[in-house]
Design a protein around this ligand. Structure first.
Ligand SMILES: NC(=O)c1ccc[n+]([C@@H]2O[C@H](COP(=O)([O-])OP(=O)(O)OC[C@H]3O[C@@H](n4cnc5c(N)ncnc54)[C@H](OP(=O)(O)O)[C@@H]3O)[C@@H](O)[C@H]2O)c1
Length: 338
C-alpha cells in the first residue's frame, strides 16, 4: 500500500510517499481501507518536530515515521474480539498514520455520518470534537448566551460557529475579510472582519469567548468579558519558534488566572461518544463539515504547506478515493468560490 512518512523533522519537503506493507490488525482492531484523511495543526507539529512533542516522538528524528490522524473509510476486516463493527461499515475517527491507504484503528472510531462525503467525514474528528468539547464541556455553553468565536474561519472555527448556533446561542465570529461571507453562510449572527474592526474595542461583551486564534493580549480580551464570562483557549499564534504556540497559550492563561477570570485550556479527546454526537449534529443538518480543498495522497506535502500558511479556509483533506467532497449548502459553496 501507499503511505506518507517522514524520517526526519522539517518543513513539508521531508514527506515521502512510499510503498509499504499493509498493516495487520490485532484482535481488538479493525483494518480500514482509508478513503480520506484530513490535515490538522497537530500533524504540522509532528512533522516539524515541535520540541515539547520530542520526548515521546523522538528527540532527533521521529521514532514512528507515519503521519496523519483523522480519517474516514470502509472496514475491510475486524479482529477476533471486535463485535461492534464489521466488514463493509463506513467509519470515521482517528488513528496513527492516517495518511495511508490502509490503517488499523481501535477505540476512536464511529459509524460515518450518512449524509456527507468521506472527505467531509474525515474533516470532523479533531477539529469537530475540539469545538464540541470546548464549547459544551469547558465553556458550559447555554441557550440564549452571547458567544464570540475568534479564528472562526479555520478547521476548529467553522465547526465552532455551527455548534454554537446548534446550542441556541447568539454568535459573533471573527475572521479575515475574505472569509466573512463563508462564515455568514454558516449561520453566525454577526461576523467581524479583524482587519477592519477591533472586536476588543467596540463595546460588546460576551458570556463565552472561544479563542482559536490567540491573536490578542489578555488585557485586550479582558475588555470583552461579562463579569461571569468563561474564556476557552483552544490555540494561539505560532510565536516563538522553540515552543511554538505554547508561549501564546501561557501568556493568555497566566493573564486570565492573575485577573481571577474563568479560563479553560484543554486538549480534545477523540471518543466514540463524541464522534457519535457529531454524527447526530451532521445528520440532523445542524452542522455541515466544510472542506475547502482536497489533495491526492501524493500531494500531502502541498496539503501541509496550505495548512502551514495559518490561513486555510475551513478544512483541508487528503483524498484516497475517487469521490470528491460534495453536499455543501449552496450559499457556502458560493462563498468559498469568492
Ligand atoms: N486544544 C486542542 O485540543 C486543539 C485541537 C485542535 C487545534 N488546536 C489549535 O487550534 C488552533 C487552530 O486550529 P485549526 O485546526 O482551526 O487551524 P486552521 O484551520 O489553520 O485555522 C486557523 C485559523 O486562524 C485564523 N486566524 C489567523 N490569524 C488570525 C487573527 N489574527 N485573528 C483571527 N483569526 C485568525 C485563520 O483565519 P483567517 O485566514 O480568516 O485569518 C485560520 O482560519 C491551532 O493553534 C491548533 O494547534 C487545539
Amino acid at each position: 500500500m501507499k503511505a506518507i512518512v517522514h524520517y526526519k523533522y522539517g518543513l513539508p519537503d521531508v514527506l515521502q510517499l512510499i510503498e509499504t506493507q499493509k498493516p495487520i490488525p490485532t484482535a481488538d482492531e479493525v483494518l480500514v481501507h482509508v478513503h480520506a484523511a484530513s490535515v490538522n495543526p497537530v500533524e504540522w507539529y509532528g512533522m516539524t518536530g515541535f520540541p515539547l512533542a520530542r520526548p515521546s516522538a523522538g528527540w532527533l528524528k521521529p521514532t514512528d515515521p507515519r503521519l496523519g490522524a483523522d480519517f474516514s473509510g470502509v472496514v475491510e476486516s475486524v479482529g477476533a474480539n471486535v463485535t461492534d463493527f464489521r466488514a463493509g461499515d463506513k467509519i470515521f475517527g482517528t488513528t496513527t498514520g492516517a495518511f495511508a491507504e490502509y490503517v488499523c484503528a481501535l477505540k476512536s472510531i464511529a459509524l460515518k455520518p450518512a449524509n456527507v462525503s468521506f472527505e467531509q467525514a474525515a474533516s470532523v474528528p479533531i477539529a469537530g470534537l475540539t469545538a464540541l468539547q470546548g464549547l459544551r464541556d469547558h465553556g458550559k455553553i447555554q441557550r440564549g448566551k452571547k458567544v464570540l468565536i475568534n479564528g472562526a474561519s479555520g478547521g476548529v472555527g467553522t465547526f465552532a460557529v455551527q455548534i454554537a448556533k446548534a446550542f441556541g446561542t447568539e454568535v459573533t465570529a471573527v475572521c479575515s475579510p475574505g472569509n466573512v461571507e463563508m462564515i455568514r453562510s454558516l449561520g453566525a449572527d454577526r461576523v467581524i472582519d479583524y482587519k477592519n474592526e477591533d472586536f476588543t474595542r467596540n463595546g460588546e461583551r460576551y458570556d463565552l469567548v472561544f479563542d482559536v486564534a490567540g491573536s490578542r493580549s489578555w488585557s485586550e480580551y479582558k475588555r470583552i468579558l461579562k463579569p461571569d464570562a468563561t474564556f476557552v483557549l483552544v490555540g494561539a499564534k505560532k510565536g516563538f519558534p522553540i515552543i511554538g504556540p505554547l508561549a501564546g497559550v501561557l501568556r493568555i492563561f497566566i493573564g486570565a488566572r492573575l485577573s481571577g477570570k474563568k479560563i479553560a485550556f484543554f486538549i480534545a479527546k477523540i471518543t466514540r461518544q463524541d464522534l457519535e454526537a457529531m454524527k447526530d449534529l451532521i445528520e440532523s443538518g445542524k452542522v455541515t463539515p466544510i472542506v475547502e480543498q482536497s489533495y491526492p495522497l501524493s500531494q500531502a506535502a502541498d496539503a501541509m504547506r496550505h495548512l502551514g500558511t495559518g490561513h486555510a479556509k475551513a478544512k483541508i483533506t487528503i483524498s484516497l478515493a475517487e469521490e470528491k467532497a460534495v453536499a455543501l449548502p449552496a450559499k457556502t459553496k458560493q462563498a468559498l468560490q469568492v
